[in-house]
Design a protein around this ligand. Sequence first.
Ligand code: PBE
Length: 266
Amino acid sequence: QTAAPAKLSIGSKNFTEAVILGEIGAGLARQAGMEIEHRRQLGGTRILWRALETGAIDAYAEYTGTLAEELLQMPGADRQALRRALAQRGLAMTAPLGFDNTYALGMREQRAQALGIARISDLRAHPRLKLGLSNEFLSRADGWPGLRAAYGLPQQADGLDHDLAYRGLASGAIDVTDLYSTDAEIPHYRLRVLDDDRRYFPAYEAVYLYRADLAQRAPAWVRALEGMAGRIDAATMQRLNARAKLEREKEADIAAEWLGVSAPQA
Ligand code: PBE
């Protein structure tokens, strides 16, 4: 007699896109007839990674650049090398979902134009600009300390919640913040994305990370997650983010509708 399979669990980081991808991942498990709980907004990157390593969660959406630079300390590693390093930890990664969500620095278009700032290196000439950067970015391996050194930037930066940064830009409380390139607010608030002219940031392709033993415990879910390969492009992800952030639709509803129309057929 075999025991009933334990309930599955997917986690998400504390920002909108992560929650939508968590809801989509959970929906795929339910479509495959499995019970799953979505542990929403557990925390930042390291919290999710730790939860996956310990088995507190079975999967979450991550980004290749984050995995390489921040989690595995293998800057520049290709996908195959990442897969090998994950396998040593009992973990696996799906193929890319089809979009990149990179960090970038952004300013209000008007302000950037007035100051003649188009590239990150242009910030060097404006030491008085106020930088408000998301808390995680401030201390990440691929974040502010490295960016500041790579460009020789003179400014200091304050930490803030990413969602509040946009209001700070709009009110003029800050001049520059770190953007996530699929954020719906970038076009909404007419922000200028500064060119990363020293190519500091790596690629951040969205993937699902999952525990390798799911291949035995929940093979249909693994097939469904792998079936997400190439199914969400950047414009689609930005639209889904807009529905949550600008139109205040629930992430679960957005995900359910997306799944109804676009779910990979198992
Ligand atoms: N990112 C950019 C970050 C947040 C925004 C997707 C690379 C991450 O979650 O790793």
